[in-house]
Structure formats: structure tokens, C-alpha cells
Design a protein around this ligand. Structure first.
Ligand code: PGA
Length: 252
């Protein structure tokens, strides 16, 4: 069984100015200087990326964007390309977050396109999946997540897959304070790993990192991380304060 290195990622959504980005990293970096049990990623809005990269240089913190377009350049007002994100110094990009899917027309097809473009350009995708509350209540959670994993990732190569991080974020748990119990989360993580095994085989399934997202806090991270199939967390609310994010990073 592959040893999977945990990842704790902060998705800042539409929060923090450039100045606030600098202040945050000045506070965070000394607190995580000795952390070597996990990868640490922050995902500021586009405007904060360059400042975050500058501040994070030489530290253990990697910088991610929150979205990327699949074309190299062109008439796509409001979009940003892989090359632009690389130029800004990003190493990761979040793709297919449920807010993109719910409010901005993101589909499994566009998630696949963005993911392929990110991989081709050398960015590591953090691909989000997760069911709505109504889908869980209707007993469709596994089917929805299966469809998302198959359509977003199913046509990649095994070597592409080795660069991907999956984030399972049940939509009913995001920003609601209603964290999935470690058992509910772990059950879906195991299901996702099973789907990856069916498509790509044992080695890929054993190696892929699957993060949980949805109301992760300093006081619930340890219980989540104790579950075998949970390899880290994608956090918004509790990642916006450096002390709270550092506490999550130091979940051990
Ligand atoms: P939350 O958001 O931690 O505020 O629930 C998580 C996310 O949407 O990535």
C-alpha cells in the first residue's frame, strides 16, 4: 500500500485583499516552519496569487488558484489560463468546486477540460466532487459522486492521475457548520477509491490523495484524519485565520 502524504489546503474563496494575503502568510509561515507531516496549500483569489507566491517563497506553503480556463489565451473575458497561473508562480489549481458548479455553470465536461489543460501545463489539479443535500436525502449520494469521478477523471491516463488530488466536499457540509461525521466522510472516500480502482487499478487507487471538505475546524480535523481513506482537508472558513489554519495543519 502506497504511503500517501496528507494535504491541508485552504480555499479562500472570495476573501482577502493583497495586503490581507501578505499579513496572513507573515503570520502562518513561522507557525508551520517545522511541519513536515503534510503538504500545505493556500488558494487566494486571483488578485492575491502573486503576493502569496512571493511571501511563500522558501517556505513549506504552496500556492493554488481557484479556477483555470482550458484555452491557452483568447477572447474569454473573466477567465485565466494555465500559463498565466504558472507565470504567477502557482503550483496547484482547484477545479470544479461546488460553488462553481452551482452558481457559474460548471459541469463535469468543463471540469474534465480544465483538468486536462492544467495537467498539460504542469499545474496540479485539486478536483472537487460532492453531492447536494437533496441527492443525499434521496439516497443518490454515491451515484452522483460516481458520475462526477467517472466523467471528470475517468478518461485521464494513470500518469495524469498521479498528479491529481481529489476533494470530496458534500455540499450540505460546506460553510454550514454541519461537518460530515468521520464515518460518513470515510465511507464516501472509500467509495471514491473503489471507483478509481475500477478504472485505473490498485496502484493508482492506493496512491491517490482524497481530501475531505466541509466545515473542517481545528476541533474536528483529528477525528477525520484518523480515518484510513481521508488524506487531508480542503478548508475555507477555518482557513482564513492563520492561527486556526495552523491548528488544522498541526492536527497530529
Ligand atoms: P468550509 O468550506 O470549510 O467553509 O465549509 C470548504 C470549501 O468549500 O472548500
Amino acid at each position: 500500500m502506497a504511503q500517501r502524504r496528507p494535504v491541508i489546503a485552504g480555499n479562500w474563496k472570495m476573501f482577502k485583499t493583497v495586503a490581507e494575503t501578505r499579513t496572513f502568510l507573515d503570520a502562518l509561515i513561522p507557525q508551520v516552519r517545522d511541519v513536515d507531516h503534510c503538504d500545505v496549500v493556500v488558494a487566494p483569489p486571483f488578485t492575491g496569487l502573486a503576493a502569496a507566491v512571493e511571501k511563500a517563497a522558501g517556505s513549506r506553503v504552496s500556492v493554488s488558484a481557484q479556477n483555470v480556463h482550458w484555452e491557452k489565451e483568447g477572447a474569454f473575458t473573466g477567465e485565466v489560463s494555465v500559463g498565466m497561473l504558472k507565470d504567477a508562480g502557482c503550483t496547484h489549481v482547484i477545479i470544479g468546486h461546488s460553488e462553481r458548479r452551482q452558481y457559474f455553470g460548471e459541469t463535469d465536461e468543463t471540469v474534465e477540460k480544465r483538468t486536462k489543460a492544467a495537467l498539460a501545463g504542469g499545474l496540479k489539479p485539486i478536483v472537487c466532487v460532492g453531492e447536494l443535500l437533496a441527492e443525499r436525502d434521496a439516497g443518490q449520494a454515491s451515484d452522483v459522486v460516481r458520475r462526477q469521478v467517472q466523467k471528470c477523471l475517468g478518461r485521464l491516463t494513470e500518469s495524469d492521475l498521479s498528479l491529481i488530488i481529489i476533494a470530496y466536499e458534500p455540499v450540505w457540509a460546506i460553510g454550514t457548520g454541519r461537518t460530515a461525521t468521520p464515518e460518513v466522510a470515510a465511507e464516501m472516500h472509500a467509495e471514491i477509491r473503489k471507483i478509481i480502482r475500477e478504472i485505473f487499478g490498485d496502484a493508482a487507487a492506493g496512491a491517490i490523495r482524497i481530501l475531505y471538505g466541509g466545515s473542517v475546524k481545528p476541533d474536528n480535523i483529528s477525528a477525520l484524519m484518523k480515518k484510513d481513506d481521508i488524506d487531508g482537508a480542503l478548508v475555507c472558513g477555518a482557513s482564513l485565520d492563520a492561527k486556526s489554519f495552523a491548528a488544522i495543519i498541526k492536527y497530529l
